[in-house]
Each structure stands twice: as structure tokens, then as C-alpha cells.
Design a protein around this ligand. Structure first.
Ligand code: KG4
Ligand code: ZN
Length: 343
């Protein structure tokens, strides 16, 4: 019989309580996400203490549901993977302690996973039983990782090997979407509501310049956000209505163009033909379309399925599985790492 490596993964780094089961690092047997979004919407952002207490309530039912959906039990697992960081300390601790308890009780090894690595490994996922699984990303590749807390361009020359070529000097890309949404009076979470408003706006209506950075592959988003703020303020001062959709569309187009051009530059400078998009902002439809279009320029392009763009445990299962298959496990004494860079 074929040898199968099965991992149960837990993710609680922010406001989603999630668990998933994966086989051989890629074939997903189940993925369950309990979102707290409605709870945080009234605060206009994630309220850390509310998040950790909600994780306490949801974690075991979510784990049980993931096992049930996979038609498997803890006994069938080879290891328990869990997000160690980066993320909110109080949220990470809940998932970590649940994973330690399950590892201790079952005698299975524990694997600490990096949340950012998880976002990248989302591109390896497919649902178990898929007839023709997509080809796995190959190396070397350039990863554009854009989430609510991080924005960076990484060169991967092999599995689990990252060289950071550039990163944001201030806000993350997702954070910029969230802040601009707030400026425009659009509801939380900001990314999807800016995208929606932009659908009926003119992306050429306003010109927001792309900030220059010393590092060729670094980003700066706070300048674009401030430009949006001044545009709104000037219109208000002049007693004019705020063209919310046009501003959203112009902002979004500027950010996408900025992200894509830096990624392509970095790939060309390093002679890399494979590109990978990762992180919550990869859920953005026009960004996905622009990234896919790079295939016309001779690049091989990998974007995660929409369901695995924003936080989930499937991606932690994939990253944890590759760590485990490369011989990495963690002792039961491991701590969470709220700040934990990829490279
Ligand atoms: O990866 P993620 O779920 O959480 C972090 O690890 O940070 O990313 C969340 C970020 C938020 O800033 C959210 O506004 C952004 O991803 N986001 C989007 C879209 N969906 C989520 N940004 C732009 N367009 C979207 N459709
Ligand atoms: Zn994330």
C-alpha cells in the first residue's frame, strides 16, 4: 500500500478559528474555518481579547468537524501542525495549547508552522480526489506575499527556503485597503468592500503616484493612503460630493500596478520564470486577473484558490506537512512567536 502522510492543522493567528486535514502535503481532506468577522465588524477591526476568547469557544468543535469531514480520527494522523506566528499572541496561544494537548494525548509529534509560509504553501493545495491535480510550483520562484500584516517579495530557491528581496517600509498592502476603506466610509473588512466599490468606479479618475523607495523591491503604502486622504479632504473643503467608487477604483488600480510591476522587475532581475501570489490580498479579483495575465509574458503563474487566500488551516496543513516531511518537529515546550519573519 502507498505510504500516506496525514497532518491535522490548527490556525488561530488572528480572528479565524480553523482546522484542516491534509495528505502528503497537498491533497486536502477537509478545511473548516469559523469566522469571527461579524463580531469584529462593530469595532471596525479585530479586537484581540474578543478574538482569543472566541477561539477558546470554537477550537475543539472546529477540530472535531475537520476530522469528521475527513472521515478520519486523531489516530490516523502522523502529526499535529499549528501556527506559531506571526499573529496576535493571545490568539496564537489558544491554538498552540489545543495542539499541544492533542499531541500529548495522542502521542503524535507537534509541528510549529509559520503563518506566512502557510500563505505561500496555499498554492500547493488541491482537494483530495481531484482527477488532475494542478502542477506544484517549481523553483526558483518569486513570491509576492500581501496580507493584512505583511507585504514582501521573496525568492524561493527550494522548499522552505526564502530570501527576502523587498518588503513594505510602512503599511502592509491589506492594511492600506483597510485604511482607505475607513476613509471612504466603507464597511469592514476593507479589502472586499474597496474591491466592490471599485467595480462601478473609474480607475483613471484620480492619479495617485506610486511612492519611490531606495530598495528596488521595497514598497510604501502609507503615501498612497495619505494621497487618498488629501483628495477626500480637498473635495470636502470645496463642498463637492465624494466619488467613493472612483477613488476606490483609482486606489486599487494604483496598488495593483505597483505590486505587479515590482514583482515582475524582481523576477526579471533574478532570471526567474515562476511567480506565486499569496496572502489575504490575493483574494482581490483584479489583482488575481492582473497576475494571471503575466502568463502572456512567459511567466508560469501560481495563485491560491479563492477559499485559501485569506486565513485558513489548509495552508498551515500544507506548510506543516512540508516541514514534517523535511524532518522538522517541535517539542511540547515551544512558545508562540507573535513576530516571526519568513527569512
Ligand atoms: O492573510 P489575511 O487573511 O490575514 C493576515 O494574515 O493579515 O489578510 C487579510 C487582509 C486584510 O487586510 C483584508 O482587507 C485583505 O487581506 N483582503 C483583501 C481582499 N480580501 C481580503 N484586500 C483586497 N481585496 C480583497 N478582495
Ligand atoms: Zn494571513
Amino acid at each position: 500500500m502507498e505510504e500516506v502522510t496525514r497532518i491535522l492543522a490548527i490556525e488561530t493567528s488572528c480572528d479565524e478559528t480553523a482546522a484542516a486535514v491534509i495528505e502528503n502535503g497537498r491533497a486536502l481532506r477537509s478545511s473548516v474555518v469559523a469566522s469571527q468577522m461579524d463580531m469584529h465588524a462593530r469595532y471596525g477591526g479585530v479586537f484581540p481579547e474578543v478574538a482569543s476568547r472566541q477561539h477558546v469557544l470554537s477550537i475543539l468543535p472546529v477540530v472535531q468537524e475537520a476530522l469528521d469531514k475527513a472521515n478520519l480520527t486523531l489516530d490516523n494522523m502522523d502529526a499535529i501542525a499549528v501556527t506559531r506566528g506571526p499573529g496576535l499572541a493571545g490568539s496564537l496561544v489558544v491554538g498552540m495549547n489545543a495542539a499541544k494537548g492533542l499531541a500529548l494525548g495522542s502521542g503524535k509529534p507537534l509541528v510549529g508552522a509559520n503563518h506566512l509560509e502557510g500563505h505561500i504553501y496555499a498554492s500547493w493545495l488541491y482537494e483530495a480526489g481531484t482527477e488532475n491535480p494542478p502542477e506544484a510550483p517549481g523553483f526558483p520562484l518569486i513570491a509576492l506575499l500581501v496580507s493584512g500584516g505583511h507585504s514582501e517579495i521573496d525568492l524561493m530557491t527550494d522548499h522552505l527556503t526564502y530570501q527576502r528581496l523587498g518588503a513594505t517600509l510602512d503599511d502592509a498592502a491589506g492594511e492600506a485597503f483597510d485604511k482607505v476603506a475607513r476613509l471612504l466610509g466603507l464597511p469592514y473588512p476593507g479589502g472586499p468592500s474597496v474591491q466592490k466599490a471599485a467595480e462601478s468606479g473609474d480607475p483613471a479618475a484620480f492619479k495617485f503616484t506610486r511612492p519611490k523607495t531606495d530598495g528596488p523591491w521595497d514598497f510604501s503604502f502609507s503615501g498612497i493612503k495619505t494621497a487618498v486622504l488629501y483628495t477626500i479632504r480637498d473635495l470636502e473643503k470645496a463642498g463637492q460630493p465624494i466619488p467613493v467608487n472612483d477613488i476606490a477604483a483609482s486606489f486599487q488600480a494604483t496598488v495593483i500596478d505597483y505590486l505587479i510591476s515590482k514583482t515582475v522587475d524582481a523576477a526579471r532581475a533574478h532570471n526567474v520564470r515562476e511567480l506565486l501570489l499569496a496572502g489575504g490580498v490575493s483574494a482581490n479579483k483584479p489583482l488575481r486577473e492582473a497576475f494571471l495575465k503575466l502568463q502572456n509574458d512567459g511567466f508560469k503563474v501560481h495563485i491560491p484558490k479563492f477559499a485559501y487566500c485569506t486565513d485558513n488551516a489548509a495552508m498551515i496543513a500544507a506548510a506543516g506537512a512540508f516541514r514534517f516531511m523535511h524532518g522538522h518537529t517541535s517539542g511540547l515546550e515551544v512558545d508562540v512567536l507573535p513576530t516571526w519573519p519568513l527569512s
